[in-house]
Design a protein around this ligand. Structure first.
Ligand SMILES: *Cc1c(COP(=O)(O)O)cnc(C)c1O
Length: 406
């Protein structure tokens, strides 16, 4: 029996970890592409990719090679020094976008924290005291630091931690009249996800975006796009704003940027960046050479017309397969999303059951996500092979059949 004894088991989680998560019963130990194996060598198809993070699949060989090479050159120097990978990566991000200037961080929340602090400081520098209102959206998600979670649109996530950061107002997503009614010269920023991820896979409409952009211009407020989930090819363009006719003033990027290595970036223009002058903000790890060397390869791989085009093809395959499952089981009321950020909303009679179906899928050997209680969320690697999509959909179909008959 000794060959089957495990060092650690899922039970250890309950013994040694803070109970803020409820992880699945199995413990993954290795991955390759869009497949993952657990401690008992059970195989899973991965439609989750670590919540839209592992965008090139597990152990993508060029990333492994880059990590190995950089790990023998230079790991960390802090921001008292700059480093070559960070400068090259910043150059690539500015070449690809509206932005002229980059700030690196380690997580989505940190990039958003930087964006919000910058917006407040810019308003103070340019317009003086009192211009500090931040308008954000119900069901939005921006991270778990106290400032970002308060800007997020679910009070239940920010309640219970004492006095909240102030001057933050929420309205319904896509409700231009509500934004207009709240906005004034006191508004310093409007923050949104161009396609709400955690909140249920809700797209913004073009008229709304154009209207918000015009209101921001009218009241000298900055438009902040949180592209932590939608960025780095996830919706089929490098950043989601590139589907639209407008540009934000500040954009944040994380999740897919390091394809599994923690890194985040805040992008902005020259004019606005000036307000984060020496000493106003910082991060010990941000722009670490290990992280930046990996993100360079991620950006080079994904910011490629052929690569982006195949995301759209795979998106259609995903949507077709979900529609077929729905033809058979009539379980969804809607299938939506862009690129490989997709959601399937459960029909009326199955409301609240998304997590139960996700767990059933895991038992069938398929990793998926939820976005709220009623939406199954799919965020696979952007290079997922077509045969893995089909194999995963078979498992999803079986899981749904089993769940419906239980
Ligand atoms: C995941 C996410 C965040 C938070 O990122 P962390 O790396 O967990 O801090 C912020 N905004 C959006 C839109 C996200 O999807």
């Amino acid at each position: 029996m000794t060959n089957n004894v495990k060092d650690v088991t899922r039970e250890d989680f309950d013994n040694v970890m803070v109970p803020n998560y409820a992880p699945a019963a199995m413990i993954p130990v290795r991955g390759q592409g869009s497949r993952v194996w657990d401690q008992d060598n059970n195989e899973y198809i991965d439609f989750a990719a670590g919540i839209a993070v592992s965008c090139l699949g597990h152990c993508y060989p060029p990333l492994v090679e880059t990590l190995q090479k950089q790990s023998q050159k230079l790991w960390h120097v802090s921001n008292l020094l700059t480093n070559e990978p960070a400068l090259r990566l910043a150059g690539k991000l500015t070449d690809l976008t509206f932005a002229d200037k980059i700030f690196f961080a380690n997580s989505g929340a940190e990039a958003n924290e930087a964006a919000l602090k910058l917006a407040r400081r810019y308003a103070l520098d340019k317009f003086g005291e009192g211009k500090d209102q931040i308008i954000a959206f119900n069901k939005g998600f921006h991270g778990r630091t106290f400032f970002t979670v308060t800007v997020g649109g679910q009070a239940s996530y920010s309640d219970g931690f004492g006095p909240k950061p102030g001057a933050i107002d929420h309205v319904d997503f896509n409700d231009l009249a509500a934004v207009e009614a709240l906005m004034s010269d006191k508004t310093c920023a409007v923050m949104m996800e161009p396609l709400q991820g955690e909140g249920g896979i809700h797209a913004s409409n073009q008229q709304f975006l154009i209207g918000v952009r015009a209101l921001c211009d009218k009241y000298n407020a900055l438009l902040i796009f949180d592209e932590v989930q939608t960025g780095v090819g996830r919706t089929g363009t490098f950043y989601a704003y590139q589907h639209t006719d407008i540009k934000p003033d500040i954009l944040t990027s994380a999740k897919g940027l390091g394809a599994g290595f923690p890194i985040a970036a805040m992008l902005t223009t020259d004019r606005i960046a000036k307000s984060l002058s020496v000493g106003t903000h910082g991060s010990t790890y941000g722009g670490n050479p290990l992280a930046c060397s990996i993100a360079e390869v991620v950006v080079d791989t994904i910011a490629d017309d052929a690569f982006l085009a195949q995301i759209k093809v795979k998106s259609a395959i995903f949507k077709d397969a979900l529609a077929q499952i729905n033809d058979q089981y009539a379980i969804f009321s809607d299938i939506r999303g862009e690129g490989l950020l997709l959601g399937a909303e459960l029909a009326e009679q199955h409301q609240g059951q998304a997590i139960a179906i996700m767990n059933q899928a895991a038992q069938a050997g398929l990793l998926i996500l939820v976005a709220g209680a009623n939406v199954l969320r799919f965020t696979p690697a952007l290079n997922i092979p077509e045969h893995d999509i089909h194999a995963g959909m078979k498992k999803l179909s079986l899981a749904i059949e089993k769940w419906l008959s239980a």
